[in-house]
Design a protein around this ligand. Sequence first.
Ligand code: ATP
Ligand code: NI
Length: 355
Amino acid sequence: MPDDLLRVEDLNITVGGAPFGRRRRARDVGGVPAVQGVSFTVRRGEAVGFVGESGSGKTLTCRAALGVLAPGCTVSSGEIDFDGTSLVDLPRRRWDGLRGTRIGAVFQDPGSYLNPSHTVGRQLAEQFRIKVGHRRREARQAAIALLGTLGLHQPELVYHQYPHELSGGMLQRVVLAIAVAGEPDLLVADEATTALDVTVQAEVLEALDLLRAERGLAILAVSHDLAVIAQLCDRILVFYAGEIVEAGPTADVLANPRHPYTAALLRVASVGDWRRRELDVIDGAAPPVGARITGCRFADRCAFVTDACRAAPVELRAVPDAPAGTPGGERFARCARLGEIELTPRVPERAGAPA
Ligand SMILES: Nc1ncnc2c1ncn2[C@@H]1O[C@H](COP(=O)(O)OP(=O)(O)OP(=O)(O)O)[C@@H](O)[C@H]1O
Ligand code: NI
């Protein structure tokens, strides 16, 4: 499809292997599978969100797409294609040309990406010089303008401040500015608002929305907080124990979860009610990384489990009765009992809730 910006196909990542170079395949170096058979696309200008419990493989998948997997973590098979370029086995030099220019990234801990001894303005302006080729004066103007766009008041003052002088929310917007200074096509935001309080989180989400609207920026967002993903993203991919177990347009996934794990996640997440988030958890625990499981990986925690669920691998299948207007192939669930079981829809939507 010409509109696909990032296409990931049947991605498998192993962890805990010997830390050899990126070209060495994991089967040569040991390690256990932590991400299995993950496929998805992000279209131009689209915001796609990963949700799922801690350890489900969200960050590994993003890091693979950014070419920054930790030592010992390896793409053992699969394809990652960014706008026609295959990223698996891409030489380091070519990665450096993509990262920060065509693909930007922002993570949970903004402070660690900034140099404490330089002003934030200097660090941001530097991006405009390197990535866009601006001269010093232009770079400074562009930096101040972008800080203003991202909702920082008195951006010319912020420009001259050092990281320690800024609040967490301001820092996160500075890091966001650095990530998008090179006008990337795709921004990967991994738990980018997690450390922030709710009000500031909302401001950063607004800044992201604005970048989408103004620049047609595509976003791949990760959060264990469903409410964040629900507000920001067009489509949701639900991760469980290293696999995608459900995928579809945000509104439809929230209204009609088709995998028991998603339904459980929705019950504990209280989407739309910002005060009640994360007070509850789903009973039981996900299988450990590398566990050999023949059938459904959620079986031990599932209220609907039958013997058949454990007998054979369960594929991600197109939801047969997806609502009209859901383009075919967009609504998927990895449940052997798809279509057989009635899942409780989520709590009624808050009036005016973002969808
Ligand atoms: N560098 C590493 N070495 C060994 N194991 C790793 C490494 N990075 C991740 N893992 C394992 O791979 C699994 C998936 O990790 P990942 O960071 O992708 O989870 P996640 O979905 O992002 O979780 P969280 O919500 O906690 O960020 C985890 O069980 C983790 O322990
Ligand atoms: Ni993570």
